[in-house]
Design a protein around this ligand. Sequence first.
Ligand code: UD1
Length: 357
Amino acid sequence: MKKIVTVVGARPQFIKAAPVSRRLREQLQEVLVHTGQHYDYNMADVFFEELRIPKPNYNLGVGSGSHGQQTGEILKKLEEVLFEEKPDAVLTYGDTNSTLAAALASSKLHIPLFHIEAGLRSFNKAMPEEINRVLTDHISDLLFAPTQTAVQNLKKEGILNGVDYVGDVMFDAFLFNLKIANEAYKINEFGLKKKEYILATIHRAENTDDPNRLKSIFESLADLNIKVVLPLHPRTDKRIKEYGMEGLLERSNTIQMIQPVSYLKMLFLQENASAVVTDSGGMQKEAYFARVPCITVRDQTEWVETVEAGWNTLFHPTRDQLQPILRKANPQSYVNDLYGDGNASNKIIERILTFFK
Ligand code: UD1
């Protein structure tokens, strides 16, 4: 049986790995490596428990640090694992520092590299994720594209071989887990009423690391005359304290800050929200799958189909007003297969098996 080393490290990668790992283990041997990029219980362990992801065979425990330090630490430690395990391929997801380190470690050792969520582009090189995904794509042997746009992006960069449009594994995860989430929770447990609140998340460096921009985001949210539920990523929490913005948030009687929530809770909170305001890539699509309008606090998005379909609107916090954008967001037509048919994981495993033949 062929052996695959799967590398994950950050919250969205745990979600993506869950459906793929389930299928992969039916036909291949998987050695799961958690880099430790995310390490708090509610940023990591809760996803493994809830999504029944097998316990990692290795936890590299790298933790937080500067980009170079984090990426370098993972590269060094992962190389040792690859020497030890001698896998037939390395599988990685998305665009985090863990992704880039996995790509470098495997390609330097001439181990075939498979990249799930290949071909996404924001065309903004100031984003660390853009660098991570471009470099990873250029050294991958199999590239699993979640959208047709992603296939076109790769083509424009001259990447044609090994590219497959399979759809988005996050859609697989959504379909599998939505019913479970709806059975697990009731909206009043959260002190909320259906469609009478906005769910907001902010965590990206471009939003959190500029105090003016972060302040504008919170002011925009505080100005809405509807309840706003705001699960706080540890990076954002840190910045709020560093910039002394606690007062701004505490004075607002509509913003309700909460701890980061698990995947099932997040699905449930999205499904019941009247709108989602976020800078997360995953949530832009989950809002779409749940047919909830989304406002994206970024200057560009990789998930352009959600914008073209009318379900997602970009919002520039220091220039635009949030209230009128939200009022205007009233999408009607839903296109079913923008992100595949919910069978991306099966298609990926089939393609990997033919690669080994
Ligand atoms: C990373 C990814 C980003 C992804 C996000 C999902 C990179 C470059 N970015 O961003 O693409 O959308 O994960 O959440 O890889 N922290 C904790 N506890 C944790 C994890 C992080 O306190 O368990 C804090 C630390 O202060 C850390 C900061 O959050 O310095 C940022 O964490 P890091 O993993 O560097 O990047 P994310 O912002 O989470």
